[in-house]
Design a protein around this ligand. Sequence first.
Ligand code: SAH
Length: 361
Amino acid sequence: MVGLSREELAAEMAAIGAQPFRARQLWHWIYNRGVRDFAAMTSLAKTFRSELAERYVVGRPETARALVSSDGTRKWLLRFADGQEVECVHIPEEDRGTLCVSSQVGCTLTCKFCHTGTQRLVRNLSTAEIVGQVMLARDALGEWPSPQDDRQLTNVVLMGMGEPLFNYDNVAKALKIVMDHEGLSLSRRKITLSTAGVVPMIERCGRELGVNLAISLHAVSDELRDTLVPLNKKYAIAELLEACRNYPGSSNARRITFEYVMLRGVNDSPAEARELVRLLQGIPAKVNLIPFNPWPGAPFERSTAAAIKLFSDIVNAAGYSSPVRTPRGEDIMAACGQLKSESVKRRKGAAAAEEAAAPPA
Ligand code: SAH
């Protein structure tokens, strides 16, 4: 049942002859209370509960691995029914807790510094698989029923594996479920969608979902951005920034975030910081400086602390907030996609060993 919209759930109930208010009760049990077992849905008649149990399940993704960092960051490797895996991360901070959600298995963008970009197999996640990440995190954090205050899961960012605007329909449907006031109830102001710059989808995202926008910029010239983020060859910087200028609902109170991964000697000079300031003129913006998370075989190194500080000071002096993101979860493989790659390798190894051990047919 997870992943059905309210309307679909109502239609489902109508089809089995249940009264319309049953759909609303079910919604509450599933998304506000987090109940998976129909037998525990005590406001429903017993016979109806067993009828539901015969026909439906309230599912969750399977947890293939769950890791906790010494800094409190949690990382889950989730496995879906077809065996495909994605990562999902919870990052606790003093005043909030952010869940980083994946939108695709793998990614087609091949950004040069991103480990997920090296993985070949790609498919879109379904609505259920996206909502399921939030529900699984709620299970693990013990946050049912949906708490009003003191939540450990306060924010959701679509910054995991995949490009959310290449899977817009499922992402949009999932976010509508996540934002529903009678369910998981996360405000659109606490949700950020991050894109490498799928320009034609940006306006629609703002208009239909009203969530915060983050742009993975990473370079200030098309020449460099063409190599770091190949999608730039399709939608160049000027076009991307124009879409940001027109993003529905952005204001000084709701700024667009520009992510900028700090790569030593590649994009981290003071001149580039000044050019960034020039490009952002007129856009309600803030800049997230992300020290590069290294992975084995990566063709880059993290910028020095001094270079990051200088870059941040220049952007900050121009009036843009430019926090440096502290690397989190480094002891549990911080670069998104590493855990999955390791798992794929392991499973291949196990399959080969099994084959070798099997008697010839
Ligand atoms: N496809 C979307 C969302 C996924 S990437 C997008 O491009 O925005 C989420 C963020 O992590 C992006 O800003 C991405 O550039 C950044 N990122 C990816 N690999 C990284 C690494 N190894 N170190 C630091 N940041 C990285």
